[in-house]
Design a protein around this ligand. Structure first.
Ligand code: XMP
Length: 326
């Protein structure tokens, strides 16, 4: 019979058998899948696992802390955090085109991750312990989408740190390959991961970098982080988290409009709320949120976030709109 306890026990046994006494690494994205995969492998092989988290500075408020503190606290995992904010912001300076932003973020991410990976491999080699495995949070739908197949694929990891072999082949550890998202959440719960991680809504890899229409700067990111935190806080307080798929909050950094606040004229930026309902993100409808919740979010954002004097609601379905604005 299928129970989360059985799945966890079975996977732990399989991971131990696969990895043996060697070492493994796992990249954490902040998302559910990589967190649950890492927690499962950690439970199986303990300190033989090292996780890597690349903080690109494009995360939402308290999100990196969630990985750095809550995840470590609940799993006891060895974590290598790479603070790469400056690197990403420098690479993004002057760039407004959405596709270019995505490419830059993807490229920098891989570079930073591979460098961290190479460092761990080098440390392992120094200890005489081979790092032979890469943990991935691949789910069953991902397996089906990419054409199926079983077993352990080998992927090549290109890197550019001196003193290491030209390319290292990792074997993949994919303990979630037979599971659907809701089952992964149940496994995460069984493993004692905090609710904020287990019930997390989707968030794009490029983060807030693709939620600022215009150039990405530290100042704009901080402003968007504040607005986004307010929207999330109010949605949670209203008990709406499970009713919506996700709610991107977008800063129109290149747009200004006239407003009035106190006794004075303002000339600030609009914030867009994009709450959507969806089954699989392929199509989506805009969520009919209660007016009172929208009103609270709007009032708080315009009162509490400097330079924002207008909040607008996106009432476009997908298609024709995508969920994200970029
Ligand atoms: P769109 O905007 O294409 O988004 O309707 C569909 C879903 O995918 C998420 N999304 C991403 N997730 N990396 C990700 O991991 C990305 O580059 C990315 N772009 C969009 C988006 O949040 C939505 O859930």
């Amino acid at each position: 019979t299928w129970t989360t306890t059985n799945v966890v026990e079975e996977q732990i046994a399989l991971i131990r058998e696969q990895v043996g006494t060697k070492r493994a690494i796992c990249g954490l994205s902040g998302g559910v899948d990589s967190a649950v995969a890492a927690a499962l492998v950690q439970k199986a092989i303990g300190s033989q696992l090292t996780c890597v988290y690349v903080d690109h500075g494009l995360m939402r408020k308290d999100e990196s802390e969630q990985v750095e503190k809550d995840f470590v606290a609940s799993t006891g995992v060895q974590l290598k955090v790479v603070d790469a904010e400056e690197r990403f912001l420098t690479a993004l300076a002057g760039v407004s085109d959405p596709e270019q932003k995505r490419k830059i973020i993807g490229r920098e991410f891989i570079r930073v991750f591979e460098q961290a990976q190479a460092e761990i491999v080098a440390e392992g080699a120094a200890d005489g312990e081979e790092v032979a495995f890469l943990v991935q949070g691949t789910l069953y739908p991902d397996v089906v989408e990419s054409g199926g197949g079983t077993g352990t694929a080998n992927i090549k990891s290109h890197h550019n740190v001196g003193g290491l072999p030209e390319d290292i082949e990792f074997q993949l550890v994919e303990p979630l390959r037979q599971l659907f998202k809701d089952e992964v959440r149940m496994v995460g719960q069984e493993l004692g991961l905090p609710e904020e991680i287990v019930q997390r809504q989707p968030f794009p890899g490029p983060g807030l970098g693709i939620r600022i229409v215009g150039e990405v700067t530290k100042e704009r990111l901080d402003l968007l982080r504040e607005a986004d935190a307010i929207a999330r806080e109010e949605l949670t307080a209203a008990g709406l988290d499970r009713d919506i798929w996700q709610c991107p909050v977008v800063l129109l950094a290149d747009v200004r409009s006239v407003g009035v606040q106190g006794d004075g004229r303002t000339y600030g930026h609009p914030i867009v709320l994009r709450p959507v309902s969806s089954e699989d993100a392929m199509t989506a409808d805009w969520s009919r949120l209660p007016y009172e919740t929208l009103a609270r979010i709007s009032t708080r954002i315009t009162n509490e976030v400097a330079d924002v004097n207008r909040v607008v609601l996106d009432v476009t379905s997908k298609p024709p709109g995508t969920i994200e604005w970029e």
